[in-house]
Design a protein around this ligand. Structure first.
Ligand code: PPE
Length: 305
């Protein structure tokens, strides 16, 4: 086992030592990908640690379970309290939080009906997802040969563990080919998203992002769209092809882990100047101020502990 990255993990109502947060090998979710999870960040602010868009993340966790046809055996308020306790008891000031609901060990075979739903919440310090320099310098991306979800194969409004095999394969292929990240296309060949990020392009001062069909309904995506609108930047949710990315002025990924990461190259074609563009930088600055509690306009996005 790797060294603990924090002291305690919340499991089914109790904080247990990191090393003791284990499950049985016959756990349904381990075999069939029936878990649902969240990725949340907590940032250091002048007023103390602040969980970014906490309520929205917990709503999505419950929606994810509902879509798969089961219920999380706690209220939303209890889960939010458990997230806060996990941060506080681990004495973390800035961290990534990973709630995960999973189906237990009763029953063999696929049928999930009647299997106990469990919930755990882990938290650890996690720096820049795509490397320390990525936020400033941008990353190199390849279009994946692996297609993103068909909406009648995977219900992408649910952040379900099983869907992530698709992401893992795309990420593995991109990294083995020397790229930082993969860009996946939807079943019709339109641009969808990264392995763990939503995707945006900038053309002629306007922003475009794919509609919410094959992609996750990202909370960072929604926040960036709000910031863009508040600053008079037009945002359109529309389909576009990979070659439109080649001729875009700027491109970037958004996600809780990735935050707002510029994309400077796709398939070895430079995007714009091949570095972080001015609009990307502007959105990044406003976003980072917002998450760090330095922009009063977005203070309702922060749950200060
Ligand atoms: N698309 C996918 C497929 C995805 O996994 C994420 C989050 C997003 C978009 C952005 O959603 P949001 O975080 O609400 O803005 N990916 C999470 C998991 C990353 C991981 O490596 O694990 C995350 O960013 O926390």
């Amino acid at each position: 086992m790797n060294a603990p990255e924090s002291k305690l993990i919340w499991m089914d109502g109790k904080l247990v030592p990191w090393d003791e947060a284990n499950v049985h090998i016959l756990t349904h979710t381990l075999h069939y990908g029936t878990g649902v999870f969240e990725g949340i960040r907590c940032y250091k602010t002048a007023k103390g640690p602040a969980v970014f868009r906490h309520g929205e993340h917990i709503d999505r966790l419950f929606d994810s379970a509902h879509i798969l046809g089961y219920e999380i055996p706690h209220s939303k308020a209890e889960v939010m309290e458990a997230v806060r306790a996990t941060i506080k008891e681990n004495a973390l000031k800035e961290c990534y939080i990973r709630p995960l609901a999973w189906l237990g060990t009763e029953g063999r075979g696929l049928n999930p009906i009647g299997i106990t739903v469990h919930l755990a919440i882990a938290a650890w310090e996690w720096g820049a997802y795509l490397g320390a320099e990525a936020l400033e310098k941008g990353i190199k991306v390849m279009t994946s040969s692996i297609t993103r979800h068909h909406p009648n194969i995977s219900f992408t409004k649910s952040k379900a563990t099983g869907w992530y095999l698709n992401s893992v394969l795309a990420k593995q292929d991109a990294v083995q080919n020397g790229f930082d990240e993969a860009l996946l296309l939807d079943p019709l060949g339109n641009v969808a998203e990264g392995s763990g990020e939503n995707f945006f392009i900038v053309r002629d001062g306007m922003i475009k992002t794919p509609p919410l069909v094959s992609v996750l309904e990202g909370i960072t995506r929604k926040s960036i769209m709000q910031i863009a609108k508040d600053n008079g930047i037009e945002v359109s949710e529309s389909y576009f092809s990979r070659d439109e990315v080649y001729i875009a002025d700027e491109a970037f990924f958004t996600g809780t882990a990735a935050e707002l990461t510029p994309v400077c190259e796709l398939d070895r074609r430079k995007i714009g100047e091949g570095k972080r563009g001015p609009l990307t930088k502007k959105l990044q600055t406003i976003f980072f101020d917002a998450i760090k509690g330095k922009n009063g306009k977005y203070s309702e996005w922060l749950d200060i502990l």
